[in-house]
Design a protein around this ligand. Sequence first.
Ligand code: FAD
Ligand code: FAD
Length: 463
Amino acid sequence: MVVGELADRSDVLVIGGGPGGYAAALRCAQGGSSVTLVERDRIGGTCLNVGCIPSKVLIHAADVAHLAAVSSKWGVNLTADVDVSALNAHSADVVSQLTNGVSELLETAGVSVIHGEARFSRPRRVAITSGELVSHHEFDNCIIATGSRPVGLPGFELTGTAVVDSTGALALEAVPSSMVVIGAGYIGVELGTAWAKLGSSVTLVEAAPRILPELDKRLAAVVRRRLKELGVSVLTNARAQETIDGFVTVEVDGSEHSIAGEVVVVAVGRRPNTDTLGLEAAGVSLDEQGRIPVAPDRRATSAILAIGDVTAGPALAHKATAEAEVAAKTILGQRSAFDPAAIPAVVFSDPEVATIGMTLDDATAAGIEANDFRFPFAAGSRSRTLDDTLGFVQLVADGSGTLIGAHAAGAGVSELASGLALAIEMAATVEDIAATIHPHPTMSEAIAESAHGLLGHPLHVHR
Ligand code: FAD
Ligand code: FAD
């Protein structure tokens, strides 16, 4: 049935209810705009439903299970008995607590939520399809926050059980005896490590010469070392060809190998959800990667703004939310631009990796005179008490001694990322950091130690 052509209207229409879209809707409503949010699937988007949150629940459970393999050395004998259906139920519970919370925030803020799929029909109008119903909605400003989806791989048709994408890998019904993960980007590494700790025999297949190609090679090397300790097989320069009956054909340096994988996980990247939005009707053209080009205030046209995974930059939830803040301010008439000094990126691998701002290679490429110092956790005390000394903190400073980059691999370093990002945003100098008292014994002491090192007087390592 087609409902008449009469259109509803809001000041702001937000398409997509992920960490970009829901944050933008809340901010615009708080600023006094009438706001409608259209979501075709579930409020919370990729991040809350099938991304950040369920993956971190899985990783936490896997870490706990893995304690059984290491804790006897500390005088604690444990056995791990993994119940995947209970784990899935717990994960679903965590997700619904968070998504219900977001829905409640939207309702309280007065945001109207429409469940349906939006497609532009004119520069300031969308058609919203919900089942067989089509309604129309006009707006002064529209924020596109439709996110991204996994890229498929020829020869690896998803079956939902034996061949899955990241969403399927977060909903397995049992621990597979063997798993092949294709793509050792951050998603492949996080998922592969978790299932290995839960008891699967995991092989990572990566076409590039090393795992985590987006990361500095020293950070990636730390993760690679732990993968080896965990017994995860890693094939690099390896291109997955096809999968048949539980075996994956992989070409490594010109020769073919067959690897057993009761479950095959395809994690070869993501693409923006911009192809079915009817963007031509809105006067928006895309870049070569299918992303929406925007000005620093997030405008793509006078009526359309875009944020999150549909735009350039790292496809990460906190980047989407930060851009939502800018887009909302732009619409509310406040001068605003997305121009962060650094966007922190964390990989919840083992050990965790946090990278913020410039690496030494980035600085050199940009013609910036820079110095760095790496303090190894092996020389720290907290890492010893945790019996996990792998990794380091590396600070990068420019010629004036201002911090321009901070990179860490080690136990729990995700929690160091915000402080390091703050230091870079505030243009802290290495002296500021060295003079800041860091509590003992913590992993964060490595930050101060690196600062002392950069100043030429390291304390707990030799010069
Ligand atoms: P999304 O969260 O993708 O939301 C877009 C929403 O738009 C979706 O709900 C979709 O249904 C809806 N939509 C699309 N088209 C339409 C339409 N035409 N009409 C109506 N609705 C539409 N990031 C991190 O920062 N930290 C992590 O730890 C992390 N872990 C991840 C783990 C995994 C396994 C995956 C897959 C991703 C992870 N990410 C992580 C990335 C993160 O999920 C994304 O960067 C983030 O969700 C992007 O937010 P967004 O608002 O741009 O889009
Ligand atoms: P990817 O990181 O793209 O990894 C997929 C891997 O699969 C690649 O290494 C590729 O070589 C491999 N591969 C592909 N085909 C095959 C095959 N046939 N056989 C074997 N291997 C194959 N997003 C950006 O857009 N820009 C950035 O600069 C950026 N920087 C980031 C930095 C960090 C530290 C983090 C954590 C994230 C960053 N992101 C960036 C976000 C992230 O890369 C994207 O969200 C990405 O899409 C994550 O999905 P993935 O892990 O599946 O993909």
